[in-house]
Write a protein that binds this ligand. Structure first.
Ligand SMILES: [Zn+2]
Length: 133
């Protein structure tokens, strides 16, 4: 059985999303999102073999390799984007929830005697036992 490196999959996903956003681009533009041209070439080859992207060589002054999504690749990239958006929405919601919870911690009653912070509903100071108004 052939092992699939999770890093390669992540790179592949990144490339698919990048192409979805940009359309047809030069291979060298992909170095913006990849650290090494070695892993870029490997990921591109994987994606080409999977039928998700296609590349062609054009002479535009000099030799340029252009890559773009195939129709299948576009479908996969759309799904990835949806999953990404859902995750981003989830993280946003979590942040908002935390922001709305936060003030509850700070709210409460301060004891006029010992200055301890007590919960809003406390009737007596949890530190010194003084009655709270
Ligand atoms: Zn107190």
């Amino acid at each position: 059985m052939e092992m699939v490196d999770p890093l390669d999959i992540r790179h592949g996903n990144k490339i698919l999303l990048f192409l979805l956003e940009r359309g047809e681009i030069k291979k060298t533009d992909l170095l913006e999102i990849m650290s090494s041209s070695d892993s870029l070439s490997r990921s591109l080859l994987d994606l080409i073999n999977a039928g998700l992207i296609e590349s062609k060589t054009e002479i535009l002054g000099r030799k340029v390799i252009l890559t773009k999504l195939t129709p299948l690749g576009k479908k996969v990239a759309d799904q990835l984007k949806k999953a990404d958006d859902i995750l981003a929405g989830y993280n946003n919601r979590k942040d908002q929830e935390m922001a709305s919870i936060q003030p509850l911690y700070n709210r409460g009653k301060q004891c006029y005697l010992c200055r301890s912070q007590n919960p809003e509903r406390a009737k007596f100071c949890m530190n010194c036992g003084e009655r709270l108004e």
